[in-house]
Design a protein around this ligand. Sequence first.
Ligand code: SAH
Ligand code: SF4
Ligand code: F3S
Length: 389
Amino acid sequence: MKEDKKKVFIRTMGCQMNVRDSEVIGWLLHKAGFKLTDNPDKADVIILNTCSVRQHAEDKVWSEVGRFKKQGLSSKRAAPIIGIVGCMAQNYKEHIFEKSQSVNFAVGPQDIDKIPDIVNTLVKDKGLFERKIWETDGLIRPEEVYHTGFYEDKDHAYVVISEGCENFCSYCVVPFVRGKLRHRGHKEIIKEIKNAIKKGITRITLLGQNVNAYQSAIAGRKAPAGFIELLKMVNAIKGLKEFSFVTSHPKDASVSLFKAMNELGKLKKYLHLPVQSGSTRILKLMNRNYKPETYLQLAEDYRKIVKNGVLTTDIIVGFPTETNEDFQETYDLVKKVRFNAAFIFKYSVRPHTEASKLVDDVPKEVKQRRHGLVLELQKKISREKSNEK
Ligand code: SAH
Ligand code: SF4
Ligand code: F3S
């Protein structure tokens, strides 16, 4: 008999959290009888798993929507159903539909498990799409949404340990789109990893917006298990060859974490520790809760304690009121720390955030120039570092 399964194309934008979410969405749709395709031209349903962290990320989504719409109009096939899911859906809620007539549904990150039902309804209702947003704030997902047992890679799995963030860095939309920080229980995490290993997985990445703040209650004990304890538990799992974690916040990084990193044999000697700026004043405005000196000390401790440790970072240039002197301090910090790699971003205003109340007063050309300057410096350092060994 001819197969008439509806085909779904999923495009992932944004961070590793979204990479894992897309994997989960794909698996749920597959279980519900859909077929996944790599070819958007052949898809009956197109899902964009979106990111709201910078304006540029959102612009890309709208241009994709436009492209898919055009494709739909020019082909003889029925126009595909288009869904915007993830952080942008949560950020704009029903306003998504005002921005584009082509979007048929929108689902926030907390409700990805509802996608198969929504898509099924839309497929049946051809032409009569209900344009509403599905989102519920701040809940922990049902365990089966975390622990699907399905991973796209044969030997690597992303395992979510916590979701959300409540650091409220003044420029950042994540706390508004991913909700409050909540942790998955350590037992569930360990169970998922053990099951993954039975399926042939040997490498794991532990995921969270701020993994080092991890906590999980331990029966009969007052103090919860913290991040370092979780790392030890994971390191002890038989059959696991290697694991790592992203992302860390300097306020929760410590000498004890670095010691654990050095000692745990299976843990990759890799730390992504975003610094954002080298200026005391700007860091304060960013609500980062540390001074450049504290960061420099952490970086020094890390290099000393973690043998052959790799250190990477994120930097924002052109935050409101950033002067040449502030920028110079960032430049000097990059020179001092000698990161193995750095991701450098130009500041962009995000809705809901504290910084959106400040005037975005650094001209575009100045942001561009500062971006180019740190990028050049970092490229040179990265080259030298990779030739060091
Ligand atoms: N939870 C992680 C990741 C946050 S988003 C963390 O705390 O590091 C990844 C990076 O995007 C941030 O580290 C920051 O450098 C950048 N970013 C976030 N909001 C931004 C904005 N409004 N403009 C420019 N860059 C931004
Ligand atoms: Fe955003 Fe700050 Fe939370 Fe990272 S720690 S997700 S930059 S609010
Ligand atoms: Fe982007 Fe959402 Fe991740 S805003 S960075 S996809 S948590």
